[in-house]
Design a protein around this ligand. Structure first.
Ligand code: ATP
Length: 232
């Protein structure tokens, strides 16, 4: 589970996230929606421990700043960061060892196959395309066997097959009881993938919905209803 309570983050005088609270239970996919500049990445980076913030963030009820919480959560950043001198396989092995992950050799092979990295496994980090880096980043986050995983605009830069595999992977994680949070402004990419959605505007959550409450309405309808726009 992921719990955010009264999260507040300013950059100088700019209040980017204003007293935001939300909760995503075990085995559910939460999506964080909102226009450019709404504050989504600031929330994700706060959860990932990359920013100083005020408020509380809990990963499986453990404060996110604690090592115990960091051990069980995976993060796929919007812009992947590679180790230039490590190969694709070495990235995964490095993460696996650093986290003392219980992932098996067979599961690592299956991950490389799934994201079409097997024939790229000996390429160095600085020899990869943006999409390949994104796939390595996803594999590294999965290799720790996270209980909570954050994906920041994960579909950007991926080819259609990788998008399909990623969506399937996310559903499998949910079925295994993992908590998933996806930040995006590409509604069509997560249309069939959410359990609970949070819409942000100007640093605040202006509305949220559970899929079970949505009735006939699709994600587009709910999003534009909350943001006051009319896309149709
Ligand atoms: P996008 O969809 O464009 O990625 P976002 O919803 O992720 O947007 P944030 O990147 O969190 O939004 O930005 C929220 C606000 O914080 C914006 O006003 C932005 O200008 C500001 N901001 C973000 N990062 C910084 C930074 N490093 N320094 C100063 N201001 C920042």
């Amino acid at each position: 589970m992921l719990e955010i309570r009264n999260l507040r983050k300013s950059y100088g005088r700019n209040l980017a996230v204003d007293e935001v609270s939300f909760f995503v239970p075990d085995g559910q996919i939460g999506i964080l929606l909102g226009p450019n500049g709404a504050g989504k990445s600031t929330i994700i980076k706060s959860i990932a421990g990359l920013l100083r913030y005020q408020g509380q963030i809990g990963i499986q009820e453990i404060p996110a700043r604690q090592l115990e919480a960091k051990r069980i959560f995976g993060y796929v950043p919007e812009i992947p960061a590679m180790f230039e001198a490590l190969t694709v396989r070495e990235h995964i092995e490095y993460i696996r060892k650093a986290y003392a992950s219980s992932i098996t050799d067979e599961e690592v092979e299956a991950l490389l196959e799934r994201f079409e990295l097997k024939d790229k496994q000996d390429k160095l980090g600085n020899e990869l395309s943006k999409g390949m880096m994104q796939k390595v980043s996803i594999c590294c986050a999965l290799a720790i066997r996270p209980k909570v995983i954050l994906l920041d605009e994960p579909m950007v830069g991926l080819d259609p097959r990788a998008i399909k595999e990623l969506k399937e992977t996310v559903r499998e994680l949910r079925d295994q009881g993992v908590t998933v949070l996806i930040s995006t402004h590409m509604l069509e990419m997560v249309e069939d993938l959410w359990d609970v959605m949070f819409v942000m505007e100007k640093g605040k959550i202006i509305g949220s919905y559970r899929k079970s409450e949505a009735g006939e309405k699709d994600l587009d309808d709910l999003f534009f209803e909350m943001t006051g726009g009319d896309e149709k």
